[in-house]
Design a protein around this ligand. Structure first.
Ligand code: PA5
Length: 472
């Protein structure tokens, strides 16, 4: 049978233009044109970082050997385990969650093994909420579970504490067989987890040194759990490669990632759109919006630019779900402060069709629905939202996936990673670091009594002291 041709995802910028939403809130062709030179310069910098090997995510779509390696591991292990549990946080979890939600059955873990085509159930534990974690332990049998501990730095408190709990249980229940229930994904050489891997004899995968957490979904971080859930990772990477090619030139008229970065940058810095809402009209893609939220926030939210000047850059990403949030957020979106740019995500062909029966013919308020499909309804709602937002002069663009396939999702993820790296250049900040999360970590280490943090303890405790007058 001939292989189906994979279509490109499309980004429709019509409703961010001044022609659609007015000069004050929309962007004119001249405003985009004024960025051409700067875009070319930013492109040069991105290409240089890629070529020098400093930044590695661009090349992740082309890892044939890794794909074979992961597929081999999945073949070997999938039948032995009922559950596959990821222990990770931030960039070591959000991509995994997004891929499962986008590309597997919405109630995948509730399907029986045959319906899951023989693949294990997939859980991604990205928090240390004790009730949540203990709850997982209630519903899985550790003897039938393979854990994938993911940490690039190899010392993050949340996944490492989860690991310590799990290790103890496995040792108690399985003795010498315990290490066979853990696969670690971490740096090739650096970090405590790599040392533990050597000591405990775990199987392991490598996160390339030049790929940061939130850009790592197409490393073993995201690919192993995806493949363990039966997702076609070759197609995912093929989609990412197709997008990489589409985004290889600086021409803003042809490069959707660059144009989207420029549009968001202008919206933020010149039109007061300090928030970027991503609203998929698809439950499957809702958690892709969650992945985007981290990517955009942690990459661009920076106090200083690359020269050290205080700039407080960044646009606040927000996730919303269509049509659900039309009954929750849309009132604010159309009539509240005009401080947002919207990305609606559309799906041209859903994997399923649900027909609405022709009942209640006597009621005008219901008769019109009969004989239609939910597919038609959600599409009408999405179009309705673009019209409402545009009429209210709220700039909005639409990303359309032809279908929710690994190829299309691969395109989307790669587009947003390229867009984010490029936006970093426009803002003049480093999108690949996260100095702002350090303060919270240090305080937590201090409070948990980590060695070497004793001196900071008094300072941290004094800052925690509260004035009882302000607590009701
Ligand atoms: O994007 C990032 O770099 C972060 O969100 C990290 O992924 C997160 O802090 C987890 O780090 P690590 O993988 O080192 O445990």
């Amino acid at each position: 049978m001939a292989k189906k041709k994979n279509e490109a995802i499309r980004v429709d910028f019509n409703n961010v233009t001044a022609a659609a939403v007015g000069k004050k809130d929309g962007i004119s062709p001249a405003e985009i044109k004024a960025f051409e030179k700067r875009a070319a310069a930013c492109h040069k910098k991105c290409v240089a970082e890629r070529k020098s090997g400093e930044i590695g995510f661009y090349d992740l779509p082309y890892q044939k050997a890794l794909v074979n390696d992961i597929k081999g591991t999945v073949r070997e292990l999938k039948d032995r385990f009922e559950n596959f549990v990821v222990l990770g946080i931030g960039g070591s979890a959000l991509g995994n969650i997004a891929l499962q939600a986008a590309l597997n059955h919405p109630f995948y873990n509730l399907l029986d093994r045959k319906e899951r085509r023989g693949y294990p159930r997939i859980f991604v534990m990205d928090n240390v909420d004790p009730a949540y974690f203990a709850g997982l332990l209630d519903v899985i049998d550790p003897k039938k579970t393979l854990f994938n501990l993911i940490s690039k730095s190899g010392g993050t408190a949340e996944p490492m504490s989860q690991y310590m709990v799990v290790r103890e249980i496995l040792r108690r229940k399985l003795g010498k067989k315990a290490p066979g229930h853990i696969i670690a994904t971490t740096d090739r050489e650096k970090g405590l987890l790599r040392e533990i891997v050597g000591r405990e004899g775990f199987e392991s995968f490598v996160i390339p040194d030049n790929v940061g957490g939130r850009f790592s979904v197409m490393t073993p971080v995201g690919l192993l759990s995806a493949a363990m859930g039966g997702i076609d990772i070759e197609e995912l990477l093929a989609g990412a490669a197709a997008m990489d090619k589409r985004c290889s030139r600086p021409d803003l008229k042809k490069n959707p990632a660059y144009l989207n970065a420029v549009v968001h940058y202008i919206a933020d810095t010149k039109k007061g759109k300090v928030m970027s809402v991503m609203m998929p009209y698809s439950n499957a893609l809702y958690l892709v919006a969650d992945w985007y939220r981290q990517l955009w926030a942690e990459s661009l939210g920076k106090k200083c630019d690359v020269r050290g000047k205080v700039v407080h850059a960044g646009q606040t990403p927000v996730k919303a779900l269509g049509a659900t949030d039309q009954h929750s957020q849309m009132q604010l979106y159309t009539e509240g402060p005009n401080d947002k740019i919207f990305t609606l995500v559309a799906v041209r062909k859903f994997p399923r069709e649900v027909k609405i029966p022709k009942t209640y013919k006597k009621y005008d308020a219901l008769e019109y629905l009969g004989g239609k499909t939910m597919n038609m309804l959600i599409e009408a709602e999405r179009i309705g939202s673009t019209l409402a937002l545009t009429a209210a002069r709220r700039p909005n663009l639409t990303v359309t996936l032809p279908e929710i396939t690994p190829h299309a999702v691969g395109q989307m993820l790669q587009m947003y990673e390229i867009q984010t790296a490029f936006a970093g250049k426009l803002y003049g900040i480093n999108p690949f670091d996260q100095p702002g999360v350090e303060a919270g970590k240090i305080a937590a280490f201090t409070l948990m009594g980590r060695k070497g943090y004793a001196k900071k303890r008094r300072g941290v405790l004094s800052r925690i002291k509260k004035n009882a007058r302000y607590i009701l």
